[in-house]
Design a protein around this ligand. Structure first.
Ligand SMILES: Cc1cc2nc3c(=O)[nH]c(=O)nc-3n(C[C@H](O)[C@H](O)[C@H](O)COP(=O)(O)OP(=O)(O)OC[C@H]3O[C@@H](n4cnc5c(N)ncnc54)[C@H](O)[C@@H]3O)c2cc1C
Length: 453
């Protein structure tokens, strides 16, 4: 097992969390993962598996042993008939999408980016959009974990179902996920339609848009009247080549995704950071500059876009029927904030699911994500947003900024107590604990949960 420099600092993508692990380990096999957990126990240290550091919270931070799983990647088994594919947990989604594509398979739904590791994305409840679809964890059929005593456990809906219900979105609290079996679907093409529409019109038609499209979402610049509406629909197999628009040519993908949405938007953001008073006008400019595009493309190339402009983010899942209220309140609140907001609000939808700590547990959900450009003040905005979503029992994304603690969260999740019970069985000492888990899950039962990162 490789041991990286002991004094390396860990930092997340957004720069909102750092940690100084006592040890770094880079296991290359399941046996080495188990050995790293046992060694940590022998030294009285906690352990955290690291993903790609794309959580905005300190969910992955550790002062104990940091397990870098970048040497534990790839597909180990695939059945193209059933779509069941077993993947090592450190595999990045980008590599997974490419490997699946080579097998004629795809994940049924994805989020906005593909740099996360599979286990990292699952552990915080990463989701995309689609009223008939759940987040990534709903695509999981089975998991294999190394538990706190170094033993291996497998779980699925039929084998250790409680561990399965907890560990699909386990916050890294139950063990190190080593392998994930996904139920994939045959590779598919999406017809992408993106166009600006008045935000009032979008809200009036929200249910019809959510129900009438496979994947529906919109972005809204808080000072503008327009929303950018994205509708992505699966093309029936065998649809005539003339019936659908072609993929975007490479130069246009580069121009629109890299130049306009990253380099151009990044320039506007830097200008706004230097001259905050200009932000509302820049925001309206961005809103008015939105343009339409329609194209077809392999699913993951539609779901995923590059995100090179750094930002901070908070996202809450709210009952779908509450979305209108939340956005109306947000619209009232944003112009009154002491610091202007540079980034758009993103709205997505998901079906209800049965995963214990899923933000969509037991209810059809709308996701409202708010962002601020890196380096601009965000606390007032995020606090105001939290007070709005609190009125409608909003549940925070586990990997995005929020201030809720175990007392508040336990009231939002009917199976919270069950999750704690399974955690206490799988990790009685809190070997996989950190300060974030102490805050969101509570500490009483776990001797190692000291409140340190
Ligand atoms: C630019 C950007 C865009 C994003 N877009 C979306 C989006 O569209 N939808 C969405 O829902 N979220 C989105 N996110 C959030 C992101 O998907 C999640 O925060 C995700 O958890 C990050 O994955 P990661 O690999 O970076 O994991 P990390 O952030 O490194 O870790 C997350 C958690 O997973 C745990 N973990 C990692 N590996 C294992 C393992 N093998 N076993 C047990 N636990 C493990 C870690 O300990 C930690 O608790 C976005 C974030 C960014 C920065």
């Amino acid at each position: 097992m490789e041991t990286a420099s002991e004094h390396r600092v860990w930092r997340n993508w957004a720069g909102t969390a750092t940690a100084a692990p006592a040890r770094w380990r880079r296991p290359g096999s399941e046996a080495e993962i188990a050995a790293a957990v046992k060694d940590a126990a022998a030294s009285g240290l906690t352990v955290r598996a690291l993903g790609s550091g794309h959580s905005f919270t300190a969910v992955a931070a550790t002062s104990g042993v940091a397990l870098d799983l970048s040497g534990w990647t790839g597909i180990t088994a695939a059945d193209t008939r059933t779509g069941l594919v077993t993947v090592r947990s450190g595999t990045r989604l980008r590599a997974l999408n490419a490997e699946l594509s080579g097998l004629g398979l795809a994940m049924a739904n994805l989020g906005d980016i593909d740099v996360q590791t599979l286990a990292g994305a699952l552990s915080t409840g990463t989701h995309g959009t689609g009223a008939r679809l759940g987040g990534l964890a709903t695509q999981v059929e089975g998991l294999e974990l190394v538990l706190a005593d170094g033993s291996t456990a497998t779980c699925s809906a039929s084998s250790r179902p409680d561990l399965f219900a907890a560990a699909r979105i386990g916050l890294g609290a139950l063990g190190v996920v080593t392998s994930v079996t996904l139920r994939c679907v045959p590779a598919f093409t999406l017809l992408a339609d993106e166009r600006p529409l008045p935000v009032d019109e979008v809200l009036e038609q929200f249910d019809a848009l959510a129900e009438g499209n496979d994947h529906f979402e919109f972005y809204w610049f808080p000072y503008g009247r327009n929303a950018l509406v994205k509708r992505n629909n699966r093309i029936a197999r065998g649809a005539g080549a003339t019936a659908v628009p072609p993929p975007l040519p490479a130069w246009r993908r580069f121009w629109e995704f890299e130049v306009m949405e990253n380099a151009g938007f990044g320039t506007l953001c830097r200008l706004g950071r230097a001259r905050p008073r200009l932000i509302p006008a820049l925001n309206r400019f961005s809103s008015s500059a939105l343009s339409a595009r329609t194209y077809t493309e392999t699913s993951h190339r539609v779901f995923v876009t590059p995100r090179r402009v750094r930002f901070t983010e908070s996202e809450y899942a709210v009952p779908r029927k509450s979305l209108g209220h939340v956005l109306a309140e947000l619209r009232r609140a944003v112009p009154r904030l002491p610091h202007p907001v540079m980034f758009p609000v993103e709205v997505r939808v998901a079906a209800a699911d049965d995963i214990w700590l899923s933000t969509a547990h037991g209810r059809e959900s709308a996701y409202v994500a708010i962002h601020q450009y890196a380096g601009l003040p965000y606390q007032d905005y995020f606090d105001r947003f939290e007070s709005i979503v609190a009125e409608v029992a909003g549940r925070p994304h586990w990997g995005k900024m929020h201030s809720l603690d175990a007392a508040r969260l336990s009231a939002l999740y009917s199976r919270f107590g069950d999750f704690l019970r399974v955690r206490a069985e799988a990790d009685p000492e809190g070997r996989f604990g950190n300060a974030y888990l102490t805050r969101v899950l509570g500490s009483s039962a776990f001797p190692l949960a000291s409140g340190r990162p």
